[in-house]
Write a protein that binds this ligand. Structure first.
Ligand SMILES: Cc1ncc(COP(=O)(O)O)c(C=O)c1O
Length: 379
């Protein structure tokens, strides 16, 4: 049929998606047109991966592109890198931690059940819960310093003294939290997991390298099989564009999540890159050390200039501009620097999240920011 003559189908004539999907506001992030700019908007590694990753990818023979990916040895490589006495069956491989989060909700999130989490936190948890028809209970961080609301969370998790209470199906703790940087020690997380065996306690440790607060060294997945830890090579090792992430926990839980994941969701380039990145931990460690140094430098400037800011865990911090945040955001973009507006986010509306890179990159950011805000004379 001539496409011009196709009848204009109204929504009511289209196949019906699930109601949860029809009502869903998809997670969308402003990801276009970022190349060539100083990208301080997605907490990515700002210098790229180890040269060994680049070499390994270049060495993939073209005929291998035609073969489905092979995952043999990758789980073992993750374990060797983590130096943990776990079994390969305790490592789930995903097309980025985003895909792991999606699969966790697919496997464990049920209509009418509750996701318990904190607010504000990483934005992708919400649509994943909503697409399953789950309710969301988000406990706010405590002002003024965005401290972790441990007591409130414990009450919501365990329902002590709350009538009509039902255990949440999933508890998601982002540690350190994106975007507040809030840190939580591993011990209280393990206590929560032990006290709530019916709840899947997911600890998103994407930015753990910047704090060292991981639950993994202390976790006993035989005693607390409801605990699951997420790790990624996106932010520290610089593989965000290749998409590779891990879920670590009890083999039975990892297996359930794998059941709702496609058989070849991780491509061959990501597998090769992951092997090379895991083998070059010194490169990642050096990058993390550089970022922590750069954070100290930038925090010094912010303090000296009296800029309201909040810096805790993670490779990012929050600043509150004196001028309208949207104007400062736009002026930074004109200066070739991208940051992430936190407009509309509970507790941190009016702030900008600035990802941390090298000291030279933070100097570039600070020169531009301070001029825009009138803290330094214009050039
Ligand atoms: C807290 C948190 N979890 C998960 C992700 C997604 O990570 P990945 O790139 O491995 O999918 C991000 C990315 O920004 C994040 O900030």
């Amino acid at each position: 049929m001539d496409p011009q003559q196709r009848p204009d189908l109204s929504a009511s004539q289209l196949p019906h998606p699930r109601p949860e999907v029809e009502n869903l506001k998809a997670y969308s992030a402003p990801l276009e047109g970022r190349r060539g700019l100083l990208r301080l908007d997605f907490n990515e590694n700002t210098v790229g991966p180890s040269p060994r990753v680049v070499e390994a990818i270049r060495a993939i023979p073209a005929d291998h592109y035609a073969i489905y990916p092979e995952y043999d040895g990758l789980r073992e490589a993750v374990l060797a890198n983590l130096a943990l006495p776990l079994e390969p069956s305790q490592i789930g491989l995903f097309n980025g931690v985003d895909a792991a989060i999606h699969a966790i909700f697919h496997a464990y999130g049920d209509r009418g059940e509750t996701l318990l989490t904190t607010s504000p936190t990483f934005g992708y948890y919400t649509p994943c819960a909503q697409m399953q028809g789950m309710a969301i209970k988000a406990i706010p961080y405590r002002l003024p310093d965005f401290a972790f609301p441990l007591e409130e969370l414990r009450t919501a998790l365990l329902g002590e003294g709350v009538s009509g209470w039902r255990a949440p199906r999933i508890l998601l703790i982002c540690n350190p939290n994106n975007p507040t940087g809030t840190r939580l020690a591993p011990e209280p997380i393990l206590e929560l997991a032990a006290a709530a065996p019916g709840t899947l306690v997911v600890v998103d440790e994407l930015y753990e390298a910047f704090t060292g607060d991981s639950v993994l060294p202390l976790a006993d997945f035989a005693a607390t099989p409801n605990l699951l830890v997420l790790r990624s090579l996106a932010k520290t090792a610089g593989l965000a564009g290749l998409r590779i992430g891990f879920a670590i926990g009890a083999a039975a839980v990892v297996d359930r999540i794998a059941r709702v994941t496609g058989p070849y969701d991780i491509n061959s380039f990501a597998v090769t890159a992951a092997h090379a990145a895991l083998e070059d931990q010194p490169y990642t460690d050096a990058y993390v050390a550089e970022v922590l140094q750069a954070r100290a430098w930038l925090v010094d400037q912010l303090q000296a200039a009296g800029v309201r800011h909040h810096a805790a865990g993670g490779n990012y911090l929050l600043v509150w501009p004196r001028q309208a945040p949207a104007d400062v955001d736009a002026a930074l973009r004109r200066a070739g620097i991208l940051v992430r507006s936190m407009a509309g986010k509970p507790l941190i509306d009016g702030s900008l999240r600035v990802s941390l890179g090298t000291t030279a990159q933070m100097q570039q950011f600070w020169q531009a920011y301070a001029r825009i805000e009138g803290l330094l004379p214009p050039v």
